[in-house]
Write a protein that binds this ligand. Structure first.
Ligand code: B12
Ligand code: SF4
Ligand code: SF4
Length: 258
């Protein structure tokens, strides 16, 4: 069964597939899989290589390619879940790639329903690097993950032996926000301010200023480049302006699947 999943995924352009038992998924701050999908046994984790667009000085080029990859990976993931339900006869659920997230309590902010990095580690697709991202043994850091949860009982893959991160420190020194200075913990606020300058924080600040502004000032604010960028980020869903720690990592550079 695992082989039929792997072969199909390969045909659909998935770069790597790993299998984890739900019991081996250890993400201390995330909800339990049982609370999301009672009876789930296996996580099928998919890895997708990012294009060199993440190196572009233009955040529009980098984010445009990320959106393409997200669309592609969501579609492959959804197809796999349909295959598991339809052909293998087991209930299946796809995991949100990034959003939506649960913002109902402050502790939940920044925590996905399923941590795809912890899932990828459990499925043998890589290990946490110095930048707190998962480094794939062949493709390096430049991968994003997607996952399908299922009640199928499939044998888990082995964890990667040696951590592919060589501790060169490039990711840390390249972070413009100093968000990686402390080992083992990304400073989320520092990263967010730099990587999503038109994200939720900027939105709240804009509308707070808007509420205090005169009618004339409000009209000017709605015609400003700042508002256009906020509007664009909101309708995209979110927009990253920084890919540095993701792009500079030397591991797996030049390895291309197709
Ligand atoms: C919210 C979120 C963010 C937030 C918060 C990040 C955070 N601290 O978790 C912000 C906006 C800051 C962010 C930034 C980025 N993100 Co983001 N993000 C997510 C999302 C949606 C949820 C993450 C989550 O649940 N975090 C909460 C829990 C898991 O974190 P935690 O328990 O506190 O664990 C942290 C530490 O304790 C440490 N850690 C935990 N265990 C261990 C073990 C060891 C040995 C070590 C060393 C560290 C370590 O790592 C964690 C990160 O700080 C995931 C998608 C998903 N559903 O998983 C994508 C995801 C993690 N993001 C991703 C990416 C690529 C990025 C960015 C590069 C942005 C970009 N341009 O693409 C940056 C990188 C920042 C960085 N170096 O940490 C990818 C990572 C791919 C990969 N190769 O690992 C993911 C998996 C999206 C995807 N579908 O592939 N992200
Ligand atoms: S995405 Fe940018 S700001 Fe965030 S940790 Fe990586 S390099 Fe730093
Ligand atoms: S840039 Fe260097 S230190 Fe950072 S994750 Fe990659 S190999 Fe590890």
């Amino acid at each position: 069964m695992k082989e039929s999943i792997r072969s199909l995924a390969e045909v659909w352009g998935v770069d790597d597939v790993g299998f984890a038992s739900v019991c081996d998924y250890q993400s201390p701050n995330s909800p339990s899989i049982e609370s999301l999908f009672p009876g789930a046994r296996t996580m099928i984790v998919l890895a997708f290589q990012e294009l060199s667009a993440c190196e572009s000085p233009s955040p529009q080029m980098a984010m445009g390619a990320r959106l393409d990859l997200m669309e592609f990976s969501r579609s492959a993931c959804y197809r796999l879940a349909r295959f598991v339900e339809g052909k293998l006869g087991s209930p299946a659920m796809t995991v949100p790639l990034s959003y939506p997230m649960d913002y109902s309590t402050p502790e939940k902010i920044g925590v996905g329903e399923v941590s795809l990095r912890h899932a990828a580690v459990a499925a043998g697709l890589g290990a946490f690097g110095r930048h707190n991202l998962v480094v794939h043994p062949r493709f390096g850091t430049r991968v994003i993950f997607a996952a399908v949860l299922t009640k199928l009982d499939l044998a888990p893959d082995l964890p990667v032996g040696k951590n592919p991160c060589n501790d060169c420190g490039l990711c840390v020194s390249s972070c413009p926000a100093g968000a990686l200075d402390k080992e083992g913990k990304t400073n989320v606020l520092k990263c967010l301010r730099n990587s999503q300058p038109y994200g939720m924080g900027a939105n709240i600040a804009f509308w707070s200023r808007f509420g205090d502004a005169t009618g004339e000032e409000q009209t000017a604010m709605l015609r400003s480049p700042e508002y256009l960028s906020l509007y664009q980020s909101a309708f995209i869903g979110y927009q990253y302006y920084c890919f540095r720690c993701f792009a500079v990592c030397p591991i797996g550079r030049g390895v291309c699947q197709e």
